[in-house]
Ligand binder design. Structure first.
Ligand code: ADP
Length: 920
């Protein structure tokens, strides 16, 4: 493309006159030196060359030899003489008469020939557009391979019609051409450099007054005028061109239009080849019309861009002003912005992990915050809300451990026994490993207090490599504790679960919900239904906290609930849990737990070395049997702690008592290195000093120091006080009317005496009074028992009218504890019968089971707990309903060991076992 810049003196031409009013260039002194800048992309697109403008040769000028400058073109030369010319290949566009074009000539021979012809004062050559290689894209650059073309090959690629070009200047390999007139190649006369014979083409004669031609040319002019209005580039072309052309005829208008249009080379070549002036005008008109469309698009694009830039700048400016104004008014806009930036800083590192809906809410809240007054309450609400939203661990999971062996090791390290729980966890890990991912689950650990429900929860989390969070729902009455309050409430807070996620910082923690059986009942929303939403696998992938107001995914959370009694858990909740019962420990288990776990941890906690203390087996057994009989081991742990605290005190006292002696020694034997070592030692100070003392102090004193504390059954009361349980059981031999039953409470199983006595003779008005904080079920049970006992007695001793003639009182001791449940029926019958027959039941016998009016025995719950309790109570023989045989058989051998267990279907079997002669 060609671009002429810098207007010089205008010439008086019709075109100029036509355009003058638009271009508005200034008239200058026409005699000033003409200088033109010529900018072309002929070679590299951005080369700008400055050349001295010597004279724009044109056909008319050349022919009339009236050029204003004839320094280069000899006036006596007629271009018509140039029949043989050098052929210059033009890569991009044809050269139009009247236009400049710089080209780069790479062929040294051609360059030399051009130079030579200039030297010979015949500076003319033929410039021909090169055809594209067949099959190439017409728009692509062909220039690269032009220098390679030579001789015939080049000749074949030249368009037939070209332009006679004056060689205006040669600088290095850059040659500036000025177009003059049209040529047509007739033949090649030389190959290197290509020299051709040419015909000089003349336009077809035309009638200058022809209306159609005039009209077409006017249309071209008016279109050009329109274009000039929008395009600065064109305006410059027009100005420069018109300055040099005196006769602005139709031919020139056509050439001008085509040359400066952005049309491609083939379209331009077509205009060049057209020798019919009218047709040429028509072709040009088409090109410039297209150009105006392009310039319109360009203008609208430019407008849009300008608008965009303007509006952006305006916004920026206004924002700056707003900031300044707010600052001026003390609205602390800067604080707010800083706060927003802080939120963004916290948000940025994890942005991809946030769900899109949460991000959207955050963005909305951030922009809302910008508008709020920093002292308003709403501002604080928004800030807290944002803080919660951003601090939750969206999509942040801890790497789970799927190594079963490691998990087993961790679980065994922390807890003795509890096989069922451990197995369940290992199964969970195994499933996770096979699936490659783990699911959330709800496990419910049910059992009496102190059996390790909470602590195993913690070690499960450790085994799975999940974070641990525990909250208790015992006595919880407000559903908002779980679901959160709406943000509009004053002091609103999210629920426990959201707090948990924030605290643990991962989205897959293990959450221990303690005491789920003690869930309260609220007036505002039932907490159980809120918990249900939390625990239900169907719902909790989209758990909606009232405060947070965006759903959170809890499906990866592992929930472990703990409860003392399963039947107190609301049924819909229980439905979604896997219950694992932990029944409690027998003495044997407790010894293991105490030896392997409790002693170790307590010793470490008290800072006592293993060799400093010895608790004998007998002491431990006595501790368990006489002090800590309950199902769990918490009490045992407390007792062990008490023992170790006392030991620690003894050791320290002893050490302190001996300290002055050590000091004396240091003074008197200050040169003894062994003593200095003692003074320096600060680790296990007590122990080392005590030991060292025994070496350095006289023998009589050494015998008094404590090297090792021995805890035996004999000195156990010194550490833990008098035993709580004296005898194995209250009665050595149960008296008449007293029978041991087995109960199952939230604390585990427990032996329970049922006593009946006669209040007075009633002579045919037998009655029953019941005490001992019994519930309705047990009261009914007692009345059934009364009836059944009466019918059995009638059967066994038809003459005995005891029941008909006596008012009875049945009592179950430990009256402060409310009792209820259907399992004491057979015990009550036995107690009443024992009284009626005045016969004590066999020794060391305990029984459990409910009886129907016909004497059938109904199954009971908690076989394991009851068995453990019976063992603790020193029972040797237990009677269970037959239906419970399977439960019993599943117990571990150490629980069953040494027990004589009978399974019965009917009361008559119990009668035989209780009152038969075969025992004792
Ligand atoms: P729970 O939650 O069932 O009331 P905890 O989990 O608080 O009971 O347990 C009380 C204490 O007893 C804990 O220190 C625990 O480590 C210990 N403990 C319970 N069972 C075992 C066991 N099987 N092995 C080792 N320690 C146990």
């Amino acid at each position: 493309m060609l671009k002429l810049l810098s207007p010089s003196s205008p010439a008086a031409s019709p075109f100029l006159r036509a355009l003058g009013s638009i271009t508005g260039f200034t008239r200058r002194n026409p005699n000033l030196g003409r200088r033109a800048f010529l900018c072309s992309d002929a070679k590299n697109g951005d080369g700008v060359v400055e050349i001295e403008f010597k004279g724009l040769g044109n056909e008319a000028e050349a022919e009339s030899k009236s050029s204003s400058s004839s320094a280069i073109i000899p006036t006596n030369l007629n271009p018509e003489d140039y029949i043989k010319v050098l052929a210059l290949p033009l890569p991009h566009r044809p050269l139009f008469p009247g236009f400049y074009m710089p080209i780069y000539v790479k062929d040294p021979k051609l360059l030399a020939a051009l130079q030579e012809s200039r030297n010979r004062q015949v500076p003319y050559a033929g410039a021909f557009l090169v055809k594209d290689e067949p099959g190439t894209d017409p728009c692509s650059e062909t220039e690269n391979n032009i220098p390679d073309l030579k001789g015939k090959e080049l000749f074949d690629r030249l368009h037939e019609v070209g332009t006679l070009a004056q060689i205006s200047s040669i600088q290095g390999d850059q040659v500036v051409l000025i177009g003059h007139r049209r040529l047509r190649i007739t033949e090649m006369v030389d190959e290197d450099p290509v020299t051709v014979k040419v015909d000089h083409l003349k336009d077809k004669p035309y009638d200058k007054d022809d209306d159609v031609i005039k009209a077409t040319s006017y249309e071209v002019i008016s279109t050009l005028r329109d274009v000039l209005e929008t395009s600065v580039l064109w305006r410059d072309h027009a100005q420069t061109y018109t300055q040099h052309i005196s006769d602005f005829n139709f031919t020139r208008i056509a050439d001008f239009g085509a040359a400066i249009s952005g049309a491609n080379k083939l379209q331009c070549q077509k205009v060049l080849e057209e020798i019919d002036v009218h047709d040429r005008l028509k072709l040009t008109l088409e090109l410039v019309k297209k150009e105006i469309e392009i310039s319109k698009i360009q203008a609208s694009l430019m407008k849009k861009m300008e608008e965009k830039i303007l509006s952006e700048q305006r916004r920026k400016l206004l924002n700056e002003q707003l900031k300044a104004i707010k600052k001026e008014l003390g609205l602390e806009a800067d604080d707010r912005t800083a706060l927003c930036e802080k939120f963004r800083e916290r948000l940025e590192p994890n942005r991809e992990k946030f769900p899109p809906n949460v991000l959207q809410v955050i963005e909305e809240e951030l922009s809302k915050m910008q508008l709020l007054d920093a002292s308003s309450s709403e501002f604080n609400i928004t800030r807290n809300y944002l803080d919660w939203l951003i601090s939750l661990p969206w999509g942040n999971y801890s790497d789970e451990n799927f190594d079963v062996l490691r998990a087993q090791k961790v679980l065994d390290e922390d807890h003795y026994g509890l096989t069922e729980v451990k197995e369940r966890i290992l199964e969970f890990i195994a499933v996770g490993k096979l699936r490659g991912m783990s699911e959330g689950k709800i496990i419910c650990l049910a059992g009496p207090p102190g059996v390790g429900k909470t602590s195993i929860g913690r070690s499960i989390a450790h085994a799975l490599n999940r974070n641990f969070f525990r909250f208790s729902v015992g006595g919880l009455t407000d559903a908002a504790e779980i679901k959160g309050h709406r943000r509009t409430y004053v002091g609103a807070m999210p629920g426990k679960m959201v707090q948990c996620l924030k605290t643990v910082g991962t989205a897959n923690p293990l959450v221990l919900i303690d005491e789920i059986d003690k869930l309260g009942r609220g007036h505002a929303g039932h907490p159980a239904s809120a918990l249900l939403e939390l625990l239900d696998a169907e719902q909790n992938a989209n758990f909606l906290d009232h405060y947070l107001d965006v759903p959170i995914d809890l499906s990866k959370v592992l929930f472990v609930c703990t409860a003392n009694v399963v039947h107190m858990i609301p049924t819909p909740l229980l439905d979604r849990m896997e219950v694992v019962s932990i029944a409690g420990y027998v003495t044997d288990d407790k010894i293991h737990i105490a030896r392997e776990y409790l002693e170790k941890t307590t010793r470490e906690a008290c800072g006592i070395e293993p060799e400093q203390v010895e608790v004998t087996d007998a002491a431990l057994l006595a501790l368990i049997e006489n002090y800590c009989r309950e199902a769990g081991v918490r009490n045992l742990q407390q007792h062990i702690e008490r023992i170790y605290r006392k030991i620690a005190l003894q050791l320290v006292r002893q050490g302190a008592a001996n300290e002055p002696a050590v000091g004396d020694k240091i003074q008197s034997l200050s040169d003894e290195p062994a003593v200095v070592e003692v003074a320096d030692s600060d680790e296990h100070v007590v122990g080392s000093k005590v030991r060292r003392d025994t070496r350095n102090i006289p023998k009589s004193e050494a015998t008094k120091t404590v090297e090792k504390v021995l805890v035996d059954s004999s000195n156990l009361p010194d550490f833990v006080g008098k035993p709580v349980f004296h005898a194995e059981h209250i009665y050595e031999q149960t008296p008449v009317g007293v029978v041991m039953g087995l109960a199952w409470t939230a604390m585990g199983g427990c032996p329970l005496y049922i006593e009946t006595t006669q209040v007075e003779e009633a002579h045919g008005k037998g009655a029953l009074q019941v005490t001992g904080q019994l519930g309705d079920v047990m009261r009914e049970s007692a009345h059934i028992a009364h009836t059944v006992a009466r019918s059995i007695l009638l059967d066994k001793e038809p003459d005995n009218t005891f029941f008909a003639d006596s008012k009875l009182h049945l009592h179950i001791p430990a009256g402060a504890i409310p009792k209820d449940g259907p399992s004491a029926g057979c015990t009550m019958i036995t107690s009443m019968l024992s009284l009626a027959m005045k016969k004590p039941v066999n020794k060391d016998l305990a029984m459990t089971g409910e009886v129907t009016l016909t004497g059938r025995i109904l199954p009971i719950g908690g076989v394991k707990e009851k068995t453990i309790a019976a063992r603790r109570g020193g029972v040797k023989t237990i009677i269970f309903p037959s239906a419970n045989k399977r439960d019993y058989e599943e117990l571990t051998p150490n629980v069953k060991e040494g027990l004589d267990v009978h399974f019965v279907d009917d009361y008559s079997q119990i009668f035989n076992l209780a009152f038969g002669d075969h025992e004792n």
